[in-house]
Design a protein around this ligand. Structure first.
Ligand SMILES: *[C@@H]1O[C@H](CO)[C@@H](O)[C@H](O)[C@H]1NC(C)=O
Ligand SMILES: *[C@@H]1O[C@H](CO)[C@@H](O)[C@H](O)[C@H]1NC(C)=O
Length: 422
C-alpha cells in the first residue's frame, strides 16, 4: 500500500520535472532566436565597419615599427604527377594564413564568434602578397565561386584560406634512378614587403597531409619546414618559408617491367650454348633476337627520362644486359669460326699430304689412313668448339650473377651527394 503511494508520487514528480525542463528549454530557444534577430543587423554593420576601416592597399602595421606576423599553414590535399622529364611536381592544397589587423576590430556580438566574409568582399581587405618562388604554373579554383574563406574575429584576427593547385619545379638527381629518393621543395616569399612590414611564421602544425594521400610512384618519407629569410642585394631582406618533401621512389614497377624481363632475355641468350654448333640459323636468330629486344627495351626505359649528362642506374643495367646478350652472340661467332678454320686447315693439310704421298709414292700411308687423320683433326676442332660452349654455359651465368650482386649492393648502399642550392 505504502509503496503504491510512493510510486505515484515519484511518477508525478518526474512528470513535473520533465514539464519544467521543457518550459526552460522553450524560453531558452526564444531568447536565442531574439539574439539571432538582433545579430543579423549587427553583423551587417560589423562587416561594413570591417570593410570600411580596412584598406587592401596598406598592410596592417604599415605605420608602426614592427612587422605584421603572418602565420602560415599548408594542408596538402593531393600530390601528383612528379615528372622527371620536366623536373616538376603538381600539388593542390589549402593555403591558410592568419594575421592580426588592428583596423578590423569590432565590438563582440552576442552569440557570434566571428564574421564570415563572402568571396566578393574579400578584395576590400588587405591580404599578404605571398608568392611561390619555384612555381611554374598555378591557379585558384573558381567553381562555383572563388574557393576562398575569410573569417574575421572581433579582436582583429583574420583567418584566410584559399584553395590552389600548382606545378612547382623540383631539381631531381637521377644517378640512382629508379632506386632514387627526391627532395622537392616549395618556397614562399613576400613579393613586395620586406621584413620591416611583413614576416611569415610557420604555424605550430605547419604541414598537414590529407590522411590517405597516395602517390603513384613515390612514398612520402618526411616533410620539413624551414625559415629561409634572406637578403637580396639592393632591395632588402624578404621573409621566406620553405616546405621540403622527401620522397622515395617505389621501384617495384621497374623491377617487374624492366629488370625481370631483362634477366629473362639474358637467360634466353644462354640457350644458344645448349644448341648444336651446326645449328647456325637457330643460334644466329636467337642471338640477334635477344640483342634487338634488349635495344628496344633500353630505348623504352629511357623514353620518359630527361637527357642528363650523368649515368643513371637504369642505364648501367641496360648497358650490361645488352653487353651480355651481345657477348653470347659473339661467343657463337667465335665457336663457329673456330670449328670451320680447323676443318679447312685439316682439309688443306690432308690435300698436301695426299700430293706428297702421290709424288714420293712411298708406301704405308694409304687413303684410309689420310681420311682417318682428316676426320680426327676435324673432330678436335669441333671438340674445342663444344668445350667452349660448355665453358660458356657456366661462365656466362657466373659472371652475370657476380654482376648482379655487385650492381644491387652498390645501388642499394650508395648515397650520391649533391648540393641542393635552395
Ligand atoms: C583573437 O580571438 C581569437 C578567437 O577568440 C583567439 O583565438 C585569438 O587568440 C585572439 N587573438 C589575439 C591576438 O588576442
Ligand atoms: C627567420 O630568419 C630570420 C633571419 O635569419 C630571422 O630574423 C627571423 O626571426 C626568423 N624567423 C622566424 C620565424 O624564426
Amino acid at each position: 500500500m505504502d509503496s503504491q503511494v510512493f510510486k505515484t508520487c515519484f511518477l508525478l514528480f518526474t512528470l513535473s520535472c520533465g514539464i519544467f525542463q521543457e518550459m526552460l528549454a522553450a524560453s531558452d530557444r526564444a531568447t536565442r532566436r531574439e539574439i539571432e534577430v538582433v545579430a543579423v543587423g549587427d553583423r551587417e554593420a560589423a562587416i561594413q565597419r570591417v570593410i570600411d576601416h580596412n584598406d587592401p592597399k596598406i598592410p596592417p602595421d604599415f605605420e608602426k615599427d614592427y612587422p605584421t606576423v603572418i602565420v602560415v599553414q599548408l594542408f596538402i590535399a593531393s600530390f601528383a604527377s612528379i615528372s622527371e622529364t620536366t623536373m616538376d611536381y603538381a600539388l593542390s592544397m589549402y593555403l591558410r594564413q592568419r594575421w592580426v589587423d588592428p583596423r578590423t576590430t569590432y565590438d563582440p556580438l552576442p552569440g557570434v564568434d566571428l564574421l564570415e566574409l563572402d568571396a566578393r568582399v574579400m578584395n576590400q581587405i588587405w591580404v599578404p602578397d605571398m608568392y611561390f618562388v619555384n612555381e611554374k604554373a598555378a591557379h585558384f579554383h573558381e567553381i562555383t565561386v572563388p574557393n576562398k574563406l575569410m573569417q574575421v574575429y572581433p579582436n582583429g584576427t583574420i583567418m584566410y584560406s584559399a584553395r590552389l593547385s600548382m606545378t612547382l619545379s623540383c631539381d631531381m638527381f637521377l644517378q640512382k634512378f629508379p632506386f632514387d629518393s627526391q627532395e622537392c621543395y616549395m618556397t614562399m616569399e613576400s613579393y613586395s614587403y620586406s621584413v620591416k612590414n611583413v614576416v611569415f611564421h610557420w604555424h605550430d602544425d605547419p604541414l598537414v597531409l590529407k590522411k590517405d594521400l597516395k602517390l603513384p610512384q613515390f612514398k612520402f618519407v618526411k616533410m620539413e619546414h624551414i625559415n629561409c629569410t634572406r637578403a637580396y642585394e639592393g632591395t632588402g631582406t624578404y621573409t621566406c618559408l620553405q616546405a621540403k618533401f622527401y620522397l622515395e621512389r617505389t621501384y617495384g614497377y621497374y623491377v617487374a617491367q624492366v629488370f625481370l624481363p631483362c634477366i629473362l632475355i639474358v637467360v634466353l641468350s644462354w640457350v644458344s650454348f645448349y644448341l648444336d654448333i651446326d645449328a647456325v640459323p637457330a643460334r644466329i636468330s636467337l642471338g640477334l633476337l635477344t640483342v634487338l629486344t634488349m635495344t628496344t627495351m633500353s630505348a623504352n626505359a629511357r623514353a620518359h627520362l630527361p637527357r642528363v649528362s650523368y649515368i643513371k642506374a637504369i642505364d648501367v643495367w641496360m648497358a650490361m644486359c645488352l653487353f651480355f646478350v651481345f657477348a653470347a652472340l659473339i661467343e657463337f661467332a667465335y665457336v663457329n669460326v673456330n670449328a670451320r678454320v680447323e676443318k679447312r686447315r685439316t682439309t688443306q693439310a690432308g690435300g698436301l699430304q695426299l700430293n706428297f704421298s702421290q709424288g714420293s709414292s712411298s708406301p704405308g700411308e694409304n687413303g684410309e689412313g689420310k681420311k682417318k687423320r682428316l676426320f680426327s683433326k676435324t673432330t678436335i676442332g669441333r671438340d674445342r668448339a663444344r668445350r667452349l660452349d660448355k665453358i660458356s654455359r657456366y661462365l656466362f651465368p657466373g659472371i652475370f650473377v657476380c654482376f648482379n650482386i655487385f650492381y644491387w649492393t652498390f645501388y642499394m648502399l650508395w648515397e650520391p651527394t649533391h648540393d641542393h642550392e635552395q
